[in-house]
Write a protein that binds this ligand. Structure first.
Ligand code: MF3
Ligand code: CO
Length: 252
């Protein structure tokens, strides 16, 4: 069931989304090679808590930390560890959800490039960000449907020769972390292709692989990696559909 949001709901989600945005901006300069993903998680949890929010991943379906930090071949849901060190040449996806008093969840992800990486890796990260931007543009057009969003991601990634993860999707968000509808990053003939109505709040999150789209889950039960162990990038924004197009709720 899809629960539409009022403008004041969206404003409240946006307030939490701004916390995420400023945290992600801060990480651009604060995060350095040599830090553990545990240190980075701690910094993020403190930042969110000081802003009066809660890092919603903590405890969600038993997940043990306030952020997901996924390096290189890790696609999503990397669990922060003291022994997992970020190194020069890595790409690091940080996926964070925050809420206030159990409501108005905002969900966003950025992939950071640590120092020098091969050109193709840089292209992967740039293309993934472009997939997100194109999807948001598609959602903003009058009369837009879900397939416009899904197709924008898939076409751009595919044109660059990258694999598009199918087993995980974007999602409705706001009153909970994961709500209806699903927001796929590819178009299937079985997609219901719903019309994007005013009041719909969704997280769009392309997960794009250097190699094939195939993924595996590690024995920790969480970490999703590419089947071919080639790198993967991930960007995400929470957006609200309004009368006039879209509001990106995880931007300032
Ligand atoms: N932002 C994540 C997603 O959309 C939420 C992660 S849930 C967690 O999948 F439990 F893994 F943290
Ligand atoms: Co999400």
């Amino acid at each position: 069931m899809i629960e539409l949001k009022t403008q004041s709901d969206m404003d409240a989600i946006h307030e939490n989304g701004r916390v995420l945005c400023s945290l992600f901006d801060r990480l651009e300069t604060w995060m350095e090679a040599g830090m553990s993903t545990w240190d980075i998680n701690q910094f993020c949890e403190d930042y969110i808590t000081k802003a009066g929010c809660f890092p919603s991943c903590k405890g969600f379906e038993g997940y043990p930390a306030g952020t997901c930090i996924s390096i290189n071949e890790q696609v999503i849901h990397g669990i922060p560890h003291k022994e997992k060190i970020v190194r020069l040449g890595d790409i690091v996806s940080i996926d964070i959800v925050c809420d206030r008093k159990g409501n108005f969840f905002a969900d966003s992800t950025r992939t950071y490039i640590m120092g020098e990486v091969p050109d193709r890796t840089r292209l992967l990260v740039r293309t993934t960000k472009e997939c997100l931007d194109l999807a948001i543009e598609a959602a903003a057009k009058p009369g837009a449907r879900m397939n416009d969003v899904s197709g924008a991601v898939f076409e751009h990634a595919n044109q660059n020769g990258f694999g598009v993860v199918r087993d995980y999707c974007g999602h409705g968000v706001g009153f909970g972390i994961h709500e209806d509808p699903n927001v796929p990053n590819f178009v299937s003939p079985f997609a219901q292709n719903l019309k994007l109505r005013e009041g719909l709040v969704i997280a769009i999150e392309p997960m794009i692989n250097m190699g094939t789209h195939k993924i595996n889950t590690l024995h920790d039960g969480w970490t999703v990696v590419t089947a071919d162990r080639k790198p993967s990038a991930h960007f995400e924004h929470t957006i609200g559909i309004t009368k006039n197009g879209v509001e990106v709720l995880t931007q300032m």
